[in-house]
Structure formats: structure tokens, C-alpha cells
Design a protein around this ligand. Structure first.
Ligand code: NAD
Ligand code: WQD
Length: 344
């Protein structure tokens, strides 16, 4: 059964391609490699024994996307990861984000309608909730005004999919991820941040390996037990597995509505200091860090209510915070070997 994974050479897409192939699905990846590398395909093959089918093009190109769907109208379901995702960059360049994230989605939905492809899983984000009024945050929590164009593209994408599904034979599962971190246990695939990382985990591993001098902890005066902000970190492999289950749910017609929404988190909130402590504990490496002021736009705390996903998908995130931080470190060490080999 053929599954299209857009953005499949990227961080979450590559882990999902592995899980799909391990379950016997045929994976076809479309990616323009704007934020990933072609070598990922070989590494997926090293892990699974199978090299996914691959086409390199930009999904914002309507003609190219239409031609692709015409040639591949045997696709049973789509997992749509391809998007730009840097919150800060989206504030600087909003149109680049609206163009990339929305036009690619419109082109994909058109391809589905024109070729009778009925199932799509969409990568959404807990950013759609902003700072929720109540914790843990459930799927029914209100969607707050977007804090960034990036977050706004996720809100708009969810609406575009829902309105399109209303009048077409399209079922969708919208997955709202919390904070994915970590890497595959093989350390063959992982997150590849370009430039200075904005996110906590790659900043920690790059500091520990010596690329960055020290981690800046953004604020220790939040109303949390240790004063640092709290997030629901989820291992990327747990996240990837939920996608396979979502696909099986749609193909097996087990959904309750045409468009369903699930939070994907662990249900546990960890503070920045707890992540640092976990990193030091799981790797035995000491981390340089300094406490700074708060980062503008950061929410104080957010974690997921996992009950609905646990019950309906029969899925639970299994990996601990220590497994997440350790696997992220193993991946950083692999990257360092490659950097040295390339004299970077
Ligand atoms: P990523 O950047 O590693 O992967 C995205 C991939 O999409 C990249 O390989 C990129 O080259 C490709 N791409 C982007 N625009 C494209 C286009 N127009 N045509 C073809 N390919 C294109 O990002 P990721 O962390 O794997 O995120 C995957 C999805 O999950 C994104 O939609 C992101 O917004 C969402 N998400 C990510 C996080 C996170 O923290 N990583 C959290 C919530 C949601
Ligand atoms: C986590 C915590 C920081 C870096 C972002 C997006 C969100 C989603 C996930 C896509 C915060 C602190 C961080 C550093 C630090 N992505 N931190 N020093 O902001 O929760 O979410 O990624 O949808 O939309 O906004 O993740 O990893 O940047 O930060 O102290 O150098 O770590 O202040 O408390 P965030 P993050």
C-alpha cells in the first residue's frame, strides 16, 4: 500500500518513513530538500533495508504537483509534513511562510480531489492553543489568536482541510504535536538544524559538543516550581508511530468524523532545568548554561491531555525524557563525525 510522505527527508518525516516501511507500507517521499539532505534516503535504507521512492520538487508548484498526482494516483494516503517551521523567521518573512505552507497544502488537496485520493494526515502543532487557560490542554481547548505567521499557517491549514473535506471525499486526521525531540536509536537519522538552533534540544547538544559556548536558559522567574518554562517533550519515534496508527485508522474507516484532531504529547510537562538535568544524567556530559531574561513570545507552560489519543488511537508515548536526551546526544555525536570528515 503506497503512502505519500511529503517532507519525508525532514526530521519527523524521515522517522515516520522508517516506521511505515517497517510495517510493510510502500513509501514515496516528495521533498524539495529546502531543509533536509538527500543522504537521508540512504540512511532510511540502512535502517529498514528499503530505499523509499523519492521525487524532488517544490509542492508550491501547481503544475508539477498535479503531474505527480496523475502519475501516482495509486497513493492510498498522504502524510503532509512539508512546511517551513521556524517561528522567528516567520515573523520576519510572513509571506514566505504563507506562500510555502498554504499553497503546498492547496496543491495537495487539489491533487487528492482530482485523483480520488481520500486520506490525509496533517502535521499541526500545539502552537495553535497559544497559552491555554486550562492545563492539560485537550483537543477541545480553544484555538487562540496566533502568535506568529507560522502558527497562523497551522490554524489556517486546519481550516482549509476541514472546509475542503466538508464538500469532498476527503478524510483527515490533524495531529497537533507538542515538542518533538530525540532521534532514532540507530543515530542514522535525526534533526538537522540549519544555522543557530532556536529550539532547546539541538542547542543543548550543540553546546555539549562544543559548537556553542553555553546554553541560554530563557527565564527562571516563571510561576513554575523551578522558575523555568515547562513543555511537553515527546520522542520523535513515539510521534512517528502515531502517524502509522492514524493511517491505519483512516484506511480501516475507524474514524468517528471525517476530520479528527489528536494531540500528540506525553502528558508530562518538564521544565528547561529538568531537560538540562536529564541530559547531564543520561549522557554523563556536563552542560554550560547561563540564566537569561525571558524570550519574547514564550508561553509559561503547556502540556497535553493525552486521554483522547490514548483511547481512540490506542497509542501512548513510551519513551522517557532520559531516552529522548540520550538519543539526541547520540545523533549529535554522529553529526560531529560527519562534520570532522567534511572538515567543517
Ligand atoms: P523539517 O524542516 O525537518 O521537515 C520538513 C521538510 O519539508 C523538509 O525536508 C523540507 O525540505 C520540506 N519542504 C518544505 N517546504 C517544501 C515544499 N514547498 N515542497 C517540498 N518540500 C518542502 O521539519 P520537521 O520538524 O520534520 O516538521 C515536519 C512538520 O511538522 C512541519 O509541518 C512542522 O511545521 C510540523 N511540526 C514540527 C514541530 C517540531 O518541533 N519539529 C512541532 C509541531 C509541528
Ligand atoms: C522550549 C523551551 C524556551 C532554547 C517551538 C515552536 C512550536 C513548536 C515547537 C512547531 C522554552 C527554552 C529554548 C534555548 C531555552 N514547533 N529554551 N534556551 O518554543 O516550546 O516551541 O517548537 O510547531 O511551534 O514555537 O520550543 O525548543 O524553542 O523551547 O531556554 O536556547 O526551552 O524558552 O521554554 P517552543 P523551544
Amino acid at each position: 500500500m503506497k503512502i505519500l510522505v511529503t517532507g519525508g527527508t525532514g526530521y519527523i518525516g524521515s522517522h515516520t518513513a522508517v516506521e511505515l516501511q517497517e510495517k510493510g507500507y510502500e513509501v514515496i517521499i516528495v521533498d524539495n530538500l529546502s531543509n533536509s539532505s538527500i543522504e537521508v534516503l540512504d540512511n532510511i535504507e540502512k535502517i529498514t533495508g528499503v530505499k523509499p521512492l523519492f521525487e524532488q520538487f517544490d509542492l508550491t508548484d501547481p503544475k508539477r504537483t498535479a503531474a505527480f498526482f496523475k502519475q501516482n494516483n495509486d497513493i492510498r494516503a498522504i502524510i503532509h509534513f512539508a512546511a517551513f517551521k521556524a517561528v522567528g523567521e516567520s515573523v520576519e518573512k510572513p509571506l514566505m511562510y504563507y506562500r510555502n505552507n498554504l499553497i503546498s497544502l492547496v496543491n495537495i488537496l487539489q491533487g487528492m480531489i482530482d485523483n480520488g485520493i481520500e486520506n490525509i494526515v496533517f502535521s499541526s502543532s500545539c502552537t495553535v492553543y497559544g497559552q491555554p487557560d486550562k492545563l492539560p490542554v485537550s483537543e477541545n481547548s480553544p484555538i487562540k489568536k496566533a502568535w506568529s505567521p507560522y502558527g497562523n499557517t497551522k490554524q489556517m491549514s486546519e481550516e482549509i482541510i476541514t472546509f475542503t473535506s466538508d464538500v469532498n471525499d476527503i478524510q483527515a486526521i490533524l495531529l497537533r504535536y507538542f515538542n518533538p525531540i530525540g532521534a532514532h536509536e540507530s543515530a542514522l537519522i535525526g534533526e538537522l538544524p540549519i544555522g543557530v538552533p532556536n529550539c532547546l534540544m539541538p542547542y543543548i547538544t550543540q553546546t555539549a559538543i562544543g559548537i556553542r559556548e553555553y546554553l541560554r536558559v530563557w527565564g527562571d522567574d516563571y510561576p513554575t516550581p523551578d522558575g523555568t518554562a515547562i513543555r511537553d517533550y515527546i520522542h520523535v519515534v513515539d510521534l512517528a508511530k502515531a502517524h502509522v496508527i492514524a493511517i491505519e485508522r483512516m484506511i480501516g474507516q475507524k474514524g468517528k468524523q471525517k476530520v479528527e484532531v489528536f494531540n500528540l504529547g506525553t502528558g508530562n510537562g518538564f521544565s528547561v532545568m529538568e531537560v538540562i538535568n536529564s541530559f547531564e544524567r543520561s549522557t554523563g556530559v556536563k552542560l554550560n548554561y547561563e540564566i537569561m531574561g525571558r524570550r519574547p513570545g514564550d508561553v509559561v507552560e503547556v502540556w497535553s491531555d493525552t486521554e483522547y489519543a490514548n483511547k481512540e488511537l490506542g497509542w501512548t508515548a513510551e519513551k522517557s525524557l532520559d531516552e529522548m536526551t540520550k538519543s539526541a546526544w547520540n545523533w549529535e555525536k554522529e553529526l560531529e563525525i560527519k562534520r570532522k570528515a567534511n572538515n567543517e
